[in-house]
Design a protein around this ligand. Structure first.
Ligand code: WTA
Length: 638
């Protein structure tokens, strides 16, 4: 497969970027033309950021799976589309060619239809990292159902909230998932969630871990049985549903600064064009390369750069069920050598955790197939960058530091491997079509170089968030109301003398823990649900491996059995129940009061400083209602 839009030199990049700014519509019209459309669009872009209302490729008709599967069958039918490495290194890996994947998607799409799923219906997918997860996602897209994948680390309560928000009547899950030495009883978690969600009509359960599960008559069915029914039906075809470019493709929930996660909605046409375009260019994908993105499909990175981006490009994409440190810290390197991986796209937190094991686990590995390394999800610190560059890339692989968000759908700011220069800890330059701006608190654009500000984006790009499901006003308020005519990212950013961008972290109340976005308000709500808790405040603090850790200040009436440690564990349990293990606080400090202004606002700045270990320069505390609590908080620091 050839990519007419592939950028092949720095000069090429500059030209493409300039054209994309001068004539965005002409630029994206050209890129979109190399995809498969049932009907061409009437207009490339209609937009305003006031409502917001953004439409790309309006009037265009397509199905993303025809682009990811059908159109590759001729040339690439026998090429591997998906390679799956199981959690157990002794287990059987699986290779699905484009033809195999196509057949399985068709089959499962028919299963969905047999179970009553129709275009526009929301389908919740809660599975481990098994090939059937990819198949389920694509099968939804095939018939125009809107998938909403939920990460396996979320609790029953979180799932119930999401099911309710999306009004999803259908669920696809597994009996259990294997991650390292652990087994996660996914179906049990779903059963707990469904106690509150009587509107769910069907749960399709894949057998994977052979964990015993309850199956409710009339509601729960086995994946395998449903496949058999389709097989006996004969006709294996499932024509792709014709979708409008702006029909929703999926919902993915993400945390913001308020208590409730938002359902970010992406649509078919723009998302398809942008994920494949960015995949090919950032990683400089060459036909035949093996692309290994270590993210989970429960997050946007997995959606865009395990599934849609690579498959749109006819690439070979890998899926890994396990974790980087099991059975030992050489697992990634085993996989790289076993499959001769060419592109490794991972997260700084994984690198930092592997750094902790020293160079031993790398020894005995060749790693000579690697051409490109990538980083995503959080700022990468210089040590981790250098370690990856020297020890994994052996000094010869460019590292792409890719900045983007669930809401942006695809990579926004990044160097292009071997094409534009890398600069450690910098995401560097915007992709063609992306117009970043830095603004001050008043919303004035900060021009020139060697400046810092809040990062906004000026003009729409094809995979921009369209709405937050069921609550468009929330989308407007969160992203489009802070600064006029701009999309606000929530990130702070520095632009150096050469115009390279360096993301400095969130400027809102969102934490980034091991690359997972966690809203402080969400964690506070969960802690406050624990009996005995009167009030709490959450802040982030620097953590060697996780990037940020969660520090909780809690006002509690009396400890459980007089035991503070037991109480800490109780609180942790509550957070695990309400949100999931990913939001567990790392530290809990009991306090008798929180530093509040006279108007009752918690001064988080002070809490942040204390959590960071800074107890001297706390800034102005004169506006505090009771400055004495600060002394107590400083003394009690953990
Ligand atoms: C952060 C993940 C620095 C940032 C794709 C953003 C990064 C949030 C980078 C989005 C990077 C992501 N450098 N920070 N290369 N990539 N971030 O929605 O704070 O899970 O706003 O999307 O992660 O996280 P999300």
């Amino acid at each position: 497969m050839s990519y007419p839009f592939k950028i092949s030199s720095e000069e090429d990049y500059r030209k493409a970027w300039n054209k994309s700014v001068k004539d965005p519509e002409g630029f994206w019209d050209g890129v979109a033309s190399s995809f498969l459309w049932r009907k061409k669009w009437d207009s490339v872009l209609e937009w305003n950021f006031k409502d917001p209302d953004v439409k790309w490729f309006s009037g265009g008709k397509l199905n993303i799976t025809e682009n990811c599967l059908d159109r590759h069958l001729g040339l690439l039918g026998n090429q591997p589309a998906l390679i799956w490495e199981p959690n157990d290194p002794e287990g059987h890996h699986r290779v699905l060619t484009y033809r195999d994947l196509y057949n399985k998607v068709i089959q499962f799409a028919n299963v969905l239809k047999n179970n009553g799923v129709e275009k526009g219906d929301r389908v919740c997918i809660y599975m481990g990292m098994v090939p059937e997860l990819a198949i389920a996602v694509l099968a939804c897209a095939r018939i125009g159902a809107v998938h909403s994948v939920i990460f396996g680390g979320f609790s029953a309560q979180s799932i119930a909230d999401r099911l309710q928000d999306a009004q999803a009547k259908y669920i696809i899950t597994c009996d259990g998932a294997s991650r390292g030495a652990k087994e996660i009883p996914l179906k049990n978690v779903i059963d707990d969630a469904l106690v509150q969600c009587r509107f769910v009509e069907r749960v399709i359960v894949l057998t994977h871990t052979h964990t015993p599960v309850s199956m409710i008559k009339g509601r729960d069915v086995w994946w395998e049985d449903e496949i058999k029914k389709v097989e006996t039906m004969g006709n294996p075809d499932c024509p792709a549903e014709e979708m409008d470019a702006e029909d929703p493709l999926f919902i993915l929930y993400t945390s913001g600064s308020t208590g409730k996660p938002k359902g970010v909605v992406h649509t078919c046409g723009g998302y398809m064009v942008y994920t494949t375009y960015s995949f090919v260019n950032v990683f400089q994908y060459e036909p035949g390369d093996i692309h290994f993105c270590t993210a989970d499909i429960g997050w946007i990175t997995g959606h865009s750069y395990i599934l849609y981006g690579p498959l749109g490009a006819g690439a070979t994409t890998m899926m890994f069920e396990g974790i980087p440190t099991w059975p030992d810290a050489g697992r990634f390197w085993d996989i790289v050598d076993k499959y001769k991986v060419n592109i490794l796209y991972t997260a700084p937190t994984a690198i930092r955790s592997l750094m902790g094991y020293g160079l031993g686990p790398i020894h005995g590995h060749k790693l000579d197939s690697l051409k490109v390394l990538g980083s995503v999800g959080e700022p990468i610190n210089e040590e981790a960058w250098q370690w990856m560059h020297d020890n994994i890339g052996k000094g010869k692989c460019p590292i792409v530091d890719t900045w983007w968000q669930t809401e942006t759908g695809g990579i926004m700011i990044s160097n292009m491997a071997g094409i534009t220069p890398a600069k450690p800890t910098y995401a560097t330059l915007p992709l063609p079509g992306i117009q970043p701006v830095l603004v001050d608190e008043e919303g004035n654009e900060i021009e020139g170089n060697d400046v810092s500000g809040n990062l906004c984006i000026k003009h729409p790009w094809p995979s921009i968030i369209r709405t937050t499901y069921g609550d468009h006003e929330r989308c407007r308020q969160t992203y489009f109301s802070t600064y006029k005519d701009m999309y606000f990212t929530g990130d702070g950013c520095y632009r150096d003398a050469e115009g390279n961008y360096r993301i400095t972290g969130r400027v809102d109340d969102v934490l980034n823990v091991s690359g997972h976005r966690i809203g402080t308000a969400e964690v506070e709500n969960a802690i406050n649900m624990h009996a005995g808790v009167i009030e709490s405040a959450i802040v982030g603090y620097p953590h060697d491996v996780k990037g940020q850790g969660i520090y909780a200040y809690v006002i509690y009436d009396h400890p459980h059995s007089g035991d503070e440690n037991l109480t800490r564990q109780d609180i942790t349990q509550t957070v695990t129940r309400i949100i999931g293990p990913i939001a567990k606080p790392d530290k809990i400090q009991f306090v008798s009061g929180l530093p509040k202004t006279r108007s009752g606002k918690i001064m988080r700045r002070i809490l942040r400083k204390v959590a960071e270990g800074e107890t001297e320069n706390l800034g102005d505390t004169s506006t505090l209602l009771d400055p004495a609590v600060v002394e107590e908080i400083k003394k009690g620091r953990i």
